[in-house]
Write a protein that binds this ligand. Structure first.
Ligand code: OTU
Length: 644
């Protein structure tokens, strides 16, 4: 049958509206209702169409549609006035997140500040760096022991006891908002922990809750699926299923065996999770990091990644947000092939997306001292739809996986397999010219695949240089950090600082002594924040001072130049493969950014500068040095310039 027409969806809405209204107490304020009704008029047709495309054929489709609208109405009524006012502000300034004034940061609450209350004391530090967007790692109730860094959630409505309470979270979000900082939290909606209430009921034999997950009585279906699945955490368990003896069933576990994949073929799951999402929005979360989006939908005979229904579901969640929490925006976490990443980005789906291609290309250029692959690959997929943007990052809590497009590498005469292996060896310090101290993650000897762990500082050479007490190498390591962050801060999109990078925090090897963390090398780059080291940012000449103030300068330059607004970035070939270059242009301002990835000085001929339209004199905003376009430009080793 055909999807519903706009006219048909209006008919359905008209039938539902009176029932919806009646189910609420008489004393609900008329204005509240009209505001809600107005948004339903605008967004219900979209939601209805999406839900119909996923769930249309089920016999109780209309029941579920009514349920979801009820959830929306209840949540809107419960939404605090301050957030309703934020909704109105955001509706009037819809693309606020594309502004050059936005600077992001991320941290674990416990490692950075102890707990949520402690977090409030750190607002001053964040403001010092110019942060306006704070992503806190999962902070909800989770199983004791290994909980995948909080990504195994047992309740989306209860904060982990050691971090505080829901009230602390609401207070923190308000405090941050009053300082102009938007709170970003994860929406871990592909799976719950095996201790979530739904999972507990399923474990006790409740069939309606078993239907929230993917469960199989024997290996028949798991075997069929696994023929085309890629194992994600092969160290945790082979394949994608876990046998639970007490249940006598195989459970779908894409990640760890205590993370049970939700079954979105069941419309009740979508409804329940939409309710959890709106609950987070009402606690003051302004942006959701949509975790593990590629895996939402499963279909036999496919790799169960990036399927069309996954996109429809995210769009349906987005439509729900437009109706009941309009200020809420989404950031996609799709660490997949470059061509698939962009498919999640649109105002109807995810407004923002991590930019893993930029991240891996930066590390690649650092290791190879060569910008060719970046210049070849990046421009192909950089442009995004209007109103959308990238989140540019260097490191996060996860590993670095070499997600280049093989085709791009072949086109430059590189062998993808061999080159990836070179990078792995380079970043674990086993390659001749390496300065890095990293570790392999999820090394799969059969395929030769592996990913890399390590902090920015350790991967950039600071750990090795300081261990060897080598001032020259220390200086170069600092330059590398600021070179990479220079690009992160000036490239189209939101820069995201992995907190600790700004003071050069090194790898933390202590995780090996902690049975809850040992075996997951990602803890290598999740050190406790070192506040003593952070204090040294005030002592001129210390490593902390040099990195922190280098980054602060980048933050200020970004915020004070409108050229860094929005996403548009014009990549240019500067005629020297060690140097990466791009223009940022906005409202009459034009800035040329240049990054020399070599450990030696590099030149750009005067003719090239003129071809790029540079005439007369200019200033490098970073060093504060004038540049004469009639002479060749000489860049220092690992220098980053922003030329105005
Ligand atoms: C995400 O990562 C989180 O960032 C991880 O910290 C979690 O362990 C995981 O989900 C489970 O919640 O495979 O190596 O394309 O690649 O979601 C990290 C997306 C991961 C996946 C990504 C996942």
């Amino acid at each position: 049958s055909l999807p519903p027409t706009i006219h048909e969806s209006r008919l359905s809405l008209n039938r539902l509206l009176p029932r919806l209204r009646k189910s609420f107490p008489d004393d609900i304020e008329t204005a509240e209702w009209y505001a809600f009704e107005d948004r339903l008029e605008r967004h219900f047709p979209v939601l209805f169409d999406l839900l119909w495309r996923v769930y249309g054929p089920s016999y109780d489709f209309f029941f579920h549609v009514e349920q979801i609208l009820r959830t929306c109405a209840e949540s809107w009524l419960a939404r605090p006035p301050e957030l309703k006012s934020l909704d109105a502000t955001r509706e009037g300034h819809a693309h606020w997140y594309t502004s050059n004034r936005v600077v992001g940061a991320m941290a674990y609450v416990d490692l950075f500040a102890g707990d949520l209350e402690g977090m409030r004391d750190k607002v001053g530090y964040l403001k010092e760096l110019g942060v306006t967007y704070l992503h806190l790692m999962p902070l909800f109730k989770s199983p004791a022991g290994d909980d995948d860094g909080g990504y195994a959630i047992s309740s989306y409505r209860e904060v982990d006891e050691e971090l505080g309470t829901m009230d602390d979270l609401r207070q923190l979000s308000a405090e941050l908002r009053h300082h102009g900082i938007s709170l970003v939290l994860d929406f871990v909606f592909n799976h719950t922990s095996d201790e979530h209430e739904w999972a507990m009921k399923a474990r006790k034999g409740d069939e309606s809750h078993q239907a929230y997950y993917w469960m199989f009585p024997d290996r028949t279906e798991p075997d069929q699926y696994e023929r085309t699945l890629r194992p994600i955490f092969p160290d945790a368990h082979p394949g994608s299923f876990t046998y639970r003896t007490s249940l006598g069933k195989w459970v779908w576990t894409t990640f760890n065996n205590f993370q049970w994949d939700l079954n979105y073929r069941n419309p009740e799951v979508f409804n329940a999770m939409a309710g959890e999402m709106l609950y987070l929005a009402n606690a003051g979360v302004e942006m959701l990091r949509m975790d593990a989006v590629p895996f939402l939908w499963k279909e036999k005979g496919t790799n169960c990644e990036n399927l069309p229904e996954a996109h429809l579901l995210i769009q349906a969640f987005n439509a729900v947000a437009r109706i009941a929490a309009p200020a809420l925006i989404f950031k996609s976490e799709a660490i997949v092939a470059p061509d698939d990443i962009k498919k999640y980005v649109s105002e109807e789906e995810c407004h923002l997306s991590y930019n893993p291609p930029l991240m891996v290309l930066l590390w690649n250029s650092l290791a190879s001292r060569n910008a060719s692959l970046m210049l070849h690959a990046l421009p192909k997929r950089f442009e995004l739809p209007q109103g959308c943007s990238w989140v540019n990052y260097l490191r996060c809590h996860d590993d670095i996986g070499w997600g280049f497009e093989d085709r791009d590498m072949w086109e430059l005469g590189m062998n993808p397999h061999d080159h990836r292996w070179f990078l792995n060896r380079f970043f674990i310090g086993e390659e001749g010219t390496s300065f890095s101290r990293g570790k392999l993650f999820q090394h799969n000897p059969t395929t030769g695949d592996a990913r890399i762990c390590g902090t920015t500082a350790s991967l950039c050479g600071l750990e090795k240089a300081r261990y060897e007490d080598d001032e020259h190498q220390t200086e170069y390591a600092i330059r590398r950090i600021l070179l990479l962050y220079g690009i992160i801060f000036t490239m189209g999109g939101i820069p995201l600082i992995y907190l600790g990078d700004e003071i050069g925090l090194q790898n933390d090897y202590d995780y090996e002594k902690d049975p809850e963390k040992d075996g997951d090398e990602r803890w290598l780059h999740r050190p406790s924040f070192d506040w003593e080291a952070a204090e040294r940012r005030r002592e001129p000449g210390t490593v902390e001072d040099r990195i922190f103030h280098g980054m602060l300068k980048l933050s200020l330059i970004r915020k004070n130049n409108q050229a860094f607004h929005e996403t548009r970035t014009e990549f240019v070939d500067v005629g020297n493969h060690h140097v990466f270059g791009y223009f940022r242009v906005h409202e009459g301002q034009s800035i040329l950014c240049l990054a020399n990835f070599n450990d030696y000085p590099e030149e750009i001929p005067a003719t090239r500068l003129r071809q790029l339209g540079l005439r007369k004199t200019f200033t490098d905003l970073i060093a504060g040095q004038p540049i004469v376009a009639t002479e060749k430009l000489v860049m220092e080793p690992l220098q980053f310039m922003a030329i105005l």
